[in-house]
Design a protein around this ligand. Structure first.
Ligand code: GLU
Length: 511
């Protein structure tokens, strides 16, 4: 059996869309499962769309997700270089090889001539395609004798090399997800293989590199399925069909409403991330926060992405990367588009936050807390995470919902304060405060036992006392157990908060 070698082959044209991360993930999972190799290849032959920061972004995004390539730029490997721009010298030879075997030809048509053709077709409501039906009437080597060809090549005239797609043929693509997919070759254009500047197009470079890098499986997005017909023809033209990789085209990722492909504009429109990490392009419109900045954990993102187009066929939804590696099954990849459901992503995140140990969480929220100007001890921060982790969905929620552990309460919830605060109850609270002040071991259990005994002994109602206690300490009725909060904040702080709260409560009551 040939070794499993899969590649992720992004073009560095901007931020990597989350769909690209899913493609990388599926390639990675299968490579790990099958003891194979996962390769990163940067397809940077299109100079007009090249964005220098994009490669670094792609590498960082994969690293953040824990999807580390075995071979790639900056990593090395036997089949490098892994940036197509560094391989460009050799593609021309392959294009010439296609011409020599009669599978490609030189085309001298200028872009003006082709635009004029297109315009003429449009006036007749037709679409111009450079294909087998028209190629004989165009300015290419098929339509001229050898002498003319040599003269024109020798004169240095610009040319492209085009694939000569055979007429009237059914091109069959075997796809692991879709089964056999057929294309009528009359619908396929004579794609450019080598551009006038000597650079290969995506099609030529992609196929040549998959071959030279001994790629066994091409796993990529569905948008590349039509190109695969050309790729199959190329494998045939090179006489490489025996070792053609297996193809798997992953379903499209759809907008939340299921209508159409998810775009980067949807992120801005609906206020959710569609990129793994923040991206700052040249224009203000080309600036987005990613899953990382929104406060998602990479493990949750992987789990969410794994399910965007695949499921294990069981009820289980939570899978670590290791578990995904063992259960992932390419036969269970779906054909139908996968709806991007941000609420599901949040649900995954919540599950992962809850399952993460306090020390790890503390380390990941420390920068956030620091940015707010606070430098708690590890012990404090870990205990805080322990109290809050079942109550948050995204990392910033730790601050939003628990800021009062670090600084003064900004706002007391007005409705419950007005309803529950009865100034005539003040003597009881003074007694409670005195009782709290007398506790030596200020831990949650002691506070709870003493407070509850106090309520019972004074024939008070739990709700009346505990809700005010809670509002005084945190400003809100939501949150962790009041006894846990009080213990973590410490006796002095709790006593101080009561003093501050009394004044605020009286004001709010009379407002
Ligand atoms: N460079 C292509 C892209 O940007 C690669 C497609 C493929 O995997 O063949 O997605």
């Amino acid at each position: 059996m040939t070794a499993f070698r899969a590649r992720f082959a992004p073009s560095p044209t901007g931020a990597l869309h989350i769909g690209g991360v899913r493609t990388a993930l599926y390639n990675y999972l299968l490579a790990r499962q099958l003891g194979g190799t996962f390769i990163l290849r940067i397809e940077d032959t299109d100079q007009t769309r090249y964005v220098p920061e994009a490669e670094g972004y792609i590498i960082e995004a994969l690293r953040w997700c824990g999807i580390e390539p075995d071979e790639g730029p900056g990593i090395g490997g036997e089949y490098g270089p892994y940036r197509q721009s560094e391989r460009k010298a050799m593609y021309g030879r392959y294009a010439e090889q296609l011409v020599a075997s009669g599978n490609a030809y030189y085309a001298f048509d200028t872009s003006e001539a082709l635009s004029a053709k297109r315009a003429a077709y449009e006036t007749e409501k037709k679409t111009f395609r450079y294909d087998s039906s028209v190629r004989d009437d165009l300015d290419n080597s098929l339509a001229m004798d050898k002498a003319e060809l040599h003269a024109r090549l020798a004169s240095g005239e610009a040319y492209t090399i085009r694939l000569k797609v055979p007429a009237h043929e059914i091109v069959k693509v075997q796809d692991l997800v879709r089964g056999e997919v057929q294309f009528n070759s009359d619908e396929l254009d004579d794609k450019i293989m080598l551009k006038a500047d000597g650079m290969p197009t995506y099609h030529l470079a992609n196929v040549v590199d998959d071959r030279l890098m001994k790629i066994s499986h091409v796993i990529r997005g569905e948008e590349w399925l039509p190109s695969t017909a050309h790729h199959v023809l190329l494998y045939r033209a090179f006489d490489w069909e025996d070792e053609m990789p297996q193809f798997a085209h992953l379903p499209l990722i759809l907008k939340p409403n299921g209508k159409g492909k998810l775009s980067k504009r949807d992120g801005a429109k609906f206020g959710f991330p569609v990129f793994p990490l923040a991206w700052r392009g040249k224009t203000p419109e080309d600036a987005f926060d990613g899953f990382r900045e929104f406060g998602f954990l990479p493990e949750a993102v992987n789990n969410f992405l794994a399910f965007l187009g695949w499921n294990p066929g069981t009820e289980q939804e939570i899978f670590s990367l290791e578990e995904l590696i063992s259960v992932f099954d390419s036969t269970k990849i779906q054909k139908a588009g996968a709806r991007f459901d941000i609420d599901k992503a949040k649900w995954f995140n919540q599950q992962y936050i809850m399952a993460t140990d306090n020390a790890t969480l503390a380390a990941s929220i420390r920068p956030l807390i620091k940015a707010k100007g606070h430098f708690p001890t590890d012990t404090f921060l870990e205990a805080f995470c322990g109290l809050m982790k079942e109550r948050v969905t995204l990392i910033p929620d730790f601050w939003e919902k628990g800021y009062y552990f670090f600084e003064d309460i900004k706002k007391y919830e007005a409705k419950p304060v007005r309803k529950k605060w009865k100034p005539e109850m003040r003597p009881h609270f003074d007694n409670l405060v005195a009782l709290l002040a007398s506790i030596d071991t200020f831990d949650a259990e002691t506070i709870e036992t003493k407070t509850k005994a106090f309520i019972e002994n004074n024939e008070l109602r739990m709700g009346d006392i505990l809700q005010i206690f809670r509002l005084a300490v945190s400003g809100t009725l939501k949150g962790p157990s009041i006894f846990d909060m009080a213990a973590l904040l410490g006796k002095d702080e709790v006593l101080r908060r009561f003093e501050v709260a009394y004044a605020r409560f009286d004001e709010m009551k009379s407002a």
